[in-house]
Design a protein around this ligand. Sequence first.
Ligand SMILES: NC(=O)c1ccc[n+]([C@@H]2O[C@H](COP(=O)([O-])OP(=O)(O)OC[C@H]3O[C@@H](n4cnc5c(N)ncnc54)[C@H](OP(=O)(O)O)[C@@H]3O)[C@@H](O)[C@H]2O)c1
Length: 287
Amino acid sequence: MDERGTTAMTMTGARTLAHLSKTILLVGAGKMGGALLEGWLGLGLDPKYLAVLEPQPARELTALAGRGLRLNPSASAIGETSAIIIAVKPQMASEVVPGLASYVGAGTVVVSIMAGQTLGFLEQALSQRAALVRAMPNTPAAIGRGITVAVPNVRVSGRQRELVHALLSATGAVEWIEDEALMDAVTAVSGSGPAYVFLLVEALARAGAQAGLPADLAARLARATVAGSGELLQRSPLEPASLRQNVTSPGGTTAAALEVLMGPQGLAELMARAVAAAAERSRQLAG
Ligand SMILES: NC(=O)c1ccc[n+]([C@@H]2O[C@H](COP(=O)([O-])OP(=O)(O)OC[C@H]3O[C@@H](n4cnc5c(N)ncnc54)[C@H](OP(=O)(O)O)[C@@H]3O)[C@@H](O)[C@H]2O)c1
């Protein structure tokens, strides 16, 4: 572990979940829960090892019941669960989580992706003895390109950590931290981060229109530029600073813009203030 409490985990993302042979219980199959479910099935998880608690199941979910998935089973009907993933809205937490205690067995690891709900809350609502992981995904999970940060409590075994890593990897990359206090900053960077990037597209489009482009052309240019640059970043081994320097000739047009963006009160300062505000809000919401 380094001085910031992070651990360099070298576990690779799961290529298959076909070997799992104990029940995974998903609680809440909305946007994020649905993305996880889709990812698990894509990785070969047999629906007969899946159970879902969802008051208003979508048609696709009901259809999976025909392939063995159990929909809204009671705790006694479900047998032993290896993992429970809680993906309901944080506002539902105090109503939903205590009711899950009966589904938690001796070997179960409980994973919550509810923003702002602490390990302490989960221990209180379930049991001090439960193996728990708090995780923070982000919206690109919907296309399998998310990044999730996970923090375990002391009860989580190595095997449980591997299982959780495999399950969370279904929607993208997974990073582990050991210090839960970092979760506020994680929320401010990767959790809320996609919104900052979408804002960048909006601002670039507006600036393009102000520079004389037709608004719809400016919007298309801004969108494709950010999406393409993101993909380039994804595929390139280079650091972002090198990619930036590679398109900046001295005295050129990009350099003129970067002088503004990297000048006093430029983007770095603005981003630092934005991230600090989000982290502070995350601390307030967690109480
Ligand atoms: N979306 C994101 O980008 C993102 C990022 C980070 C973290 N998260 C976290 O992920 C969690 C889910 O977010 P989401 O965007 O996927 O929300 P969502 O689409 O509203 O999904 C929540 C699901 O839970 C269901 N539900 C409600 N009460 C339930 C109950 N008693 N038992 C079982 N299921 C129940 C809801 O059903 P109904 O629709 O019928 O109420 C809904 O399908 C949140 O806690 C959020 O903080 C989301």
